[in-house]
Design a protein around this ligand. Sequence first.
Ligand code: SF4
Ligand code: SF4
Length: 143
Amino acid sequence: MTTAKLWFADYDPYRTLFSLEWLFEPSLEKWPAYLITILVLAGALLVKRFWCRFLCPLGAIISIFQPIGLIKVRRDENLCINCGKCDKVCPSALKPSQKATPGMQCTSCLECVEACPVKGALDVYAGPKKDSLVSKESEQSAY
Ligand code: SF4
Ligand code: SF4
C-alpha cells in the first residue's frame, strides 16, 4: 500500500542509489535520476562535504535562522594571531580566522574554538559578547 510519495522521489539520488533499481531494473527513462546521482557522487568525491554545504535543503532552511541565533562563534581580532588553525579544522571549510563571525553555514560545532591556541581569540557567546559560554564553563569547572 502506498500512502504518500515525495514529489522529488523519482529524482532523489539517495533513493536512486539504494533502491538498487538501477541494478535489477535499469531503465533509460530514468536517466535524469541516474545523472543527478552521478553528479552528486562525483561532487562528494571531489568537494569536502559537498552535499551538506551546497545541496542539503534542511541545511539551507536552518542557515536562514543562523544570523538571529543567540549562540554564536566570534573572533576577537585584537587577540587573534592569525595562525589559521581554526580554518584547518572547520568541517564546513569556512574561514573563521577571517571574519568576526563565521557566517550562515556555521553549524556551531566548535571545532575551531577548540583548536584556537589563544584564550579568548575565538569563543562562543550567547547574546552580547561579554557573555562567553566557554569562559563560564571554564570558571565553573575550576571550582
Ligand atoms: S563552529 Fe564549526 S562550522 Fe562553525 S566555523 Fe567553527 S569549525 Fe566551522
Ligand atoms: S585559531 Fe585562533 S588565533 Fe589562530 S587564526 Fe583562528 S582565531 Fe586566530
